[in-house]
Ligand binder design. Sequence first.
Ligand SMILES: [Mg+2]
Length: 242
Amino acid sequence: MPRPKAILFDLDDTLISSSGERQEVWAEAFAPHLHRFAERTEAELTREIEAELRWFWSDPVRHREGRLNIAQTRLDVIGKVLARLGIADATLAADLSEAFRVSRDKRTKLFDDAHTVLDRLKADGFQLCLITNGEGAVQREKVRRFDLGHRFHHIQIEGEHPFGKPEPAAYAHALKTLGALHGEAWIVGDNLEWEVAVPSSLGFDRCIWFDGFGRGLPKKATVTPTHSLTRLRDLLPMLDPA
Ligand SMILES: [Mg+2]
């Protein structure tokens, strides 16, 4: 099997778990503020906000704008839900939004084999790129917090460039920086469009879907990845020269 020259990794829900434990995150965020909700229950509010968030993130244009200003997006979504529920409290949306951020950040963890796998791949001579969407400052802070900076030859954050995934220019720029062609590269990530469908159409050698929470392929998925992993370390045998 030809060895790839370069391997591109997504960040959120690929190297770090950003979206797990949503119920716990909301429960903790709501807890100090429950007395401000009158007869509304925490479960009801969580349902409403999650539904609004699903709607918000379902559109690619809204998604792009939203992820490049995540604090404002969260505030707007929570504010909209509170208004719809007839809760007129100017500071509540801001307090909930901040409480959500703190609670979610506290639960964000590195997948336990991420460092080992990256260090092994780097030592084996692969060119490694972290390619992530989102705001520069927000994503840089995650890179710092999880000690990822020195593990990559190139770190590419959407907010620091005029392009992001799934724009072909984003992948092309990363590959050019690493000195690899599309056909000489693998990409690993949890987003079926950004890390499977689009790079596959662009000619990446392998597009590997990462299912770190073991949820399986969504029923509505329109793409079937040729490779799926639930643990990053399962990437290593795929790269052994045997
Ligand atoms: Mg991701």
